[in-house]
Design a protein around this ligand. Sequence first.
Ligand SMILES: [Fe+2]
Ligand SMILES: [Fe+2]
Length: 146
Amino acid sequence: MSSTKIVLTAEVVPHVALDFMNNTHFEELDMVQSLGELITDYQQSDNATLSHALKAWYEHTQAHFSRENELMMDIHFPMYPMHSGEHARVLEEMELMVTSWNHNYDIALLSEYVFTAWPQWFEQHVNSMDMVTAQFAVMNGYEPHK
Ligand SMILES: [Fe+2]
Ligand SMILES: [Fe+2]
């Protein structure tokens, strides 16, 4: 396999102006880290464990995006359609990935998603839409450290 393995940690991922958003991002990175370890040491007997971990990751992502969508509505963020639209697109992509895993157990496909496609997207998303959203929230009176 020629794809590059991207490892994102709390130290290297961009930090935004609201702590609660950063904390959610760090939790998500921890989950992806554990998922990555399962994939690296993969054996067929791990299929059910991986399905379980993927379900938990999907649900965490769902809650993560909903909370950001709520924040954007609360502050009347002008780029709401773009940012929430991106959440919807990625959630759908993740759902397809999870469904596909549960049907085919294609470890190469899952590995490409977890180690390359998702980290690339995540870093870029946090560094752009999340960054601007948090900045806008703080400018509109949100407490950064709550
Ligand atoms: Fe986020
Ligand atoms: Fe976001």
